[in-house]
Design a binder for this molecule. Sequence first.
Ligand SMILES: C[S@@+](CC[C@H](N)C(=O)[O-])C[C@H]1O[C@@H](n2cnc3c(N)ncnc32)[C@H](O)[C@@H]1O
Length: 196
Amino acid sequence: MAERRGCPLPKDVEEWFSGLGEEFLRSINVEAGHSVLDFGCRIGNYSVPAARVVGFTGKVYALDMNHEAVDELVARANALGLGNIIVPIKTRGELIIDLPDKSVDVVLLYDVIHGILGSAGTLDPFRQLLEEIHRVIRSRGIFSLFDKHIEETGFNLGDIVREIENLFSYCGQSTARLMHWDRLEEGTIHTFQKLA
Ligand SMILES: C[S@@+](CC[C@H](N)C(=O)[O-])C[C@H]1O[C@@H](n2cnc3c(N)ncnc32)[C@H](O)[C@@H]1O
């Protein structure tokens, strides 16, 4: 993964794809054999390292309404020999997840909340998505949130965490070097667990 669209990757981004991304995903308890849903995957900055961690006994469901980005992710996955692990799900932005109940171990919702809520002034779309995420996660599975751009929605992190705590138990936050868009920077991750 030394280039994107024929251009060499910046050194830190190359570092992400040469082990740092996998190390981070293991730190939030992604394991070999897991099924991971990357909701709002874009070009797979998390799906690709997740596929390397879960391996051939696992699956990464890479869901996005941006079909061009999903196509780029699929090309990336195929070039890296990860095509059998990453399952693309192209949507029209609906907040319904086409996966069975209790079928995934980990859901990543990274840098997506502002896209779900916009500036509509209501948490209702997020509540709908949370119910779907809760439905597809198995008992004791992990819901992991990268809280970028929440302020643009008119809500704050406390509002979002309180909403999630109606369905999940809050395990805490951690900081790490993370991919944000196509740059590596320090970010905060919030981890929740489904208890029932
Ligand atoms: C800023 S990108 C983050 C990509 C990736 N999660 C990451 O952290 O690198 C946000 C992505 O979420 C997608 N997205 C936003 N709302 C969505 C929805 N309702 N359904 C599916 N995808 C959505 C966008 O199309 C976009 O690709």
